[in-house]
Design a protein. Structure first.
Length: 95
């Protein structure tokens, strides 16, 4: 019974991680990456040439998009895994 509840919680957490990473985290990371890319374009365009600012803006947009998607998927995976594991303990009566 413990193996079944562990496997069931793992499947549900994996499903919700995929759902939130596809619908929530990816859109949020794109939004932040666009904001940061505009910020770094204006910052580096003010101090340096435009080609360097474009390079840094693309680099930071890619970095922050990967960072936010990884952070939210990692957070939601642990949250949903322990949440559904606790529900399975209550459902199957495991102490």
């Amino acid at each position: 019974m413990f193996c079944f509840s562990f496997f069931f919680s793992f499947l549900l957490s994996f499903f919700f991680v995929f759902l939130f990473d596809f619908f929530f985290s990816f859109n949020l990371s794109l939004f932040f990456s666009f904001l940061l890319s505009f910020f770094f374009v204006f910052l580096f365009d003010f101090f340096f040439s435009f080609n360097l600012s474009l390079f840094f803006s693309l680099f930071f947009s890619l970095f922050f998009s990967f960072f936010f998607s990884f952070f939210f998927s990692f957070f939601f995976s642990f949250f949903f895994f322990f949440y559904f594991l606790n529900i399975n303990y209550c459902l199957f009566g495991i102490n």
